[in-house]
Design a protein around this ligand. Structure first.
Ligand code: MG
Length: 392
């Protein structure tokens, strides 16, 4: 029997890689629903190819455009619209697997909906854990959902846990997350002052969307991943280490109490973690070639440069502060990155806006998703004010 799959965010890089893997196994997986924000032409092409029951977009005018393109292609996929319908295709009883590939805080509700309905959830939306880590993990335990990380580092950690458990135990002393260092590795802050959004998005190893590419360039992506790993594997901040590894061949190290260190290696391609999680506990072909270490030859590791890339330490500090500090961190970062991508602030101001938003916030405990969203909204208002003041 084939499994029914919903992809939240099918036109982004996670969605496209997921469809590539799924298309190699037509007997095992069928697409139930595909969703996108505004990229209706790409979504229409995907619908024509994979023939899902539903396609969901977020705006009414986009839904109308999508419907007319689908009809012209003779595709019977039904078009739905809005946040409630997005939750619906994540929860629908016939769905077995939900791939949470939406980038940013807008992916929180639909990812939670999939978790709460006990699906097998392939998690790429790291913001769900950064914004609402404890609540998210509680929902996973309550619903019995199978949560499989497909962020490459977290999937690699999961693969290095000897018993494939979703949390670590006292036999594990440390987790190491490698970071490529992004396009500005080795640069001084003053050299980065005037870089353009296109330069910041030119990642040396991974092809990704613009928001996450900027996060990689500031090292905030690694900061968010430290927080993600902390909640996912229940490890304290001081047991999670980041190393700069420019080749992006090793995706994680797990260190055990007996002195053993397990590593996960592979060509940097998101289809590897996606295929692993789709088939888990089995293995299937991903379309990615086997790593040839004789070609790689050098694997380098070094400590991150906190002075010139301050976002990483800010993320560690937010994690240690607890409460809604990581929610505020994420909201401030999304606001600042958006302002940078729209050429309103300089690259080096991203870290300043995030730090100042946290410094000017009072942290409070989080007990409900509504409180998460309130904290997120407050932090966006504050960081927008700080951006306005900075560009005056
Ligand atoms: Mg990653």
């Amino acid at each position: 029997m084939s499994q029914q799959v919903t992809i939240l965010g099918s036109t982004g890089s996670i969605g496209v890689s997921s469809l590539d893997v799924i298309s190699r196994h037509p007997e095992d997986f069928k697409i139930f629903a595909l969703t996108a924000n505004v990229a209706y032409q790409t979504l229409a092409d995907q619908c024509a190819k994979y023939n899902p029951s539903y396609a969901v977009v977020m705006k009414q005018n986009i839904a109308q455009k999508l419907t007319s393109v689908l009809r012209s292609k003779g595709c019977n996929t039904q078009v739905l619209c809005g946040a409630e319908d997005l939750n619906l295709v994540a929860q629908e009883s016939t769905v077995d697997i939900v791939i949470a590939g939406i980038v940013g805080s807008i992916g929180l509700r639909s990812t939670m909906a999939a978790v709460e309905s006990g699906k097998k959830v392939l998690l790429a939306n790291k913001e769900s854990l950064v914004m609402a880590g404890r609540l998210f993990k509680q929902a996973v335990l309550r619903s019995g959902c199978t949560l499989l990380p497909i962020d490459s580092e977290h999937n690699a950690i999961f693969q290095c846990l000897s018993d494939n458990r979703q949390s670590v135990n006292e036999t594990i002393t440390k987790l190491t997350l490698p970071a490529s260092g992004g396009p500005f590795r080795g640069w001084q802050a003053k050299q980065m002052r005037d870089v353009t959004p296109d330069e910041a998005c030119a990642h040396p190893n991974w092809k990704m969307g613009r928001k996450i590419s900027v996060d990689s360039a500031t090292l905030m992506n690694k900061g968010l991943e430290v927080i993600e790993a902390s909640f996912l594997f229940e490890m304290p901040a001081d047991s999670i280490e980041v190393l700069i590894h420019p080749q992006s061949i090793v995706h994680a190290f797990v260190h055990y109490t007996d002195g053993s260190t397990l590593a996960h290696l592979g060509v940097p391609d998101m289809r590897v973690p996606i295929a692993h999680a789709l088939a888990w506990p089995k293995r299937i072909k991903s379309g990615v070639k086997t790593l040839d270490l004789s070609v790689v030859s050098d694997l380098e590791f070094s400590l991150p440069d906190h002075k010139n890339f301050p976002c990483l330490q800010t993320a560690y500090d937010a994690l240690t502060s607890g409460g809604d500090a990581t929610t505020i961190l994420n909201a401030a970062n999304e606001t600042a990155v958006d302002a940078f991508l729209n050429s309103r602030i300089k690259f080096t101001q991203i870290s300043e806006i995030v730090r100042d938003t946290l410094t000017n916030s009072i942290f409070s405990p989080i007990d409900t998703i509504e409180e998460v969203e309130e904290s997120d909204a407050r932090a966006r208002i504050l960081s927008s004010k700080l951006i306005k003041a900075a560009v005056k």
